[in-house]
Design a protein around this ligand. Structure first.
Ligand SMILES: Cc1cc2nc3c(=O)[nH]c(=O)nc-3n(C[C@H](O)[C@H](O)[C@H](O)COP(=O)(O)OP(=O)(O)OC[C@H]3O[C@@H](n4cnc5c(N)ncnc54)[C@H](O)[C@@H]3O)c2cc1C
Length: 240
């Protein structure tokens, strides 16, 4: 048995499927937005907040959250700032390339009917699962807030459509927060954790969702602890 098929065999307990990259787009200096078409359409799109394990290079598994999905395809945001195996695969993959995926794995769902506002914290590609959760909050009629950290304005994924959503739906507030914004940037600067200190009452009366790399999730969790945030209202998807 080849190494590729051996590694694939380890995953055979999970449902898997083959897809083809149909669109790939660079966002800023560190994100590749990749759309993968399913070979067979499905009756309902992948669950909100789920992730898939992609077999990069045919045999190197890497997990990516599903950002948008319909019955024929789904879109991932892949950070390639670290330059690891998964990052390089998706950074360089061309339209037409095949990808085997395992999943979807649904362990970061949107919580309906809690009656509380939703506050989403992310950096960079951590915004992926929140793209569809924001739509759900709008549909549910609860207030929602996205605090999204990025180095520069050009690194903010879904920037145009999130700005448009916040204009059309006053219940949704979008706060891109830049750590290295250009002098012309007039929005928030600094780190997403700054918003916790500035808005402790909003945090305590909301459901908090956090998604991204471990240092960011730990920073947000620590600061939430400092303001006495109830743990049962915190939901985390750690990228590692
Ligand atoms: C549930 C879940 C969902 C996720 N969703 C996303 C998502 O939506 N988007 C996303 O971008 N990521 C996501 N991740 C993280 C993703 O799965 C990868 O872990 C991440 O992209 C890094 O993988 P990589 O192959 O690029 O780097 P790896 O190869 O795993 O390397 C990790 C780091 O080590 C460094 N490194 C690797 N090899 C060497 C070496 N020989 N010498 C020195 N340094 C080295 C790399 O620079 C890199 O920064 C998710 C993770 C989980 C668990």
């Amino acid at each position: 048995m080849s190494i590729t098929s051996t590694i694939r065999h380890w995953f055979t307990e999970a449902p898997h499927f083959d897809g083809t990259i149909v669109e790939t787009e660079r966002i800023g200096s560190r994100i590749q937005k990749v759309t993968i078409a399913l070979h067979e359409s499905i009756s309902t799109p992948f669950p909100i907040g789920c992730y898939v394990q992609t077999m990069t290079w045919g045999c190197v598994p890497r997990a990516y959250s599903v950002a948008t999905a319909n019955t024929q395809s789904f879109t991932l945001l892949v950070s390639f700032s670290g330059g690891g195996a998964g990052a390089r695969f998706f950074r360089d993959a061309v339209v037409g390339a095949g990808v085997t995926c395992y999943g979807p794995f649904d362990d970061f769902p949107y919580r309906y009917g809690t009656g509380r506002s939703k506050v989403f914290f992310a950096t960079s590609t951590g915004v992926a699962p929140f793209r569809r959760m924001i739509d759900e909050a709008i549909k549910e009629g609860v207030d929602s807030f996205l605090f999204l950290g990025s180095p520069k304005e050009s690194d903010v994924a879904f920037k145009g459509e999130l700005e448009e959503l916040s204009k059309q739906h006053p219940s949704f507030t979008f706060v891109p927060t830049l750590s290295a914004g250009e002098p012309s940037w007039s929005g928030a600067r600094g780190y997403v954790t700054d918003h916790i200190i500035k808005n402790p009452d909003l945090m305590r009366k909301s459901d908090i969702y956090i998604c991204g790399i471990p240092p960011m999730t730990m920073g947000v969790l620590t600061t939430l602890g400092e303001i006495g945030m109830p743990e049962k209202q915190i939901f985390v998807q750690k990228f590692g």
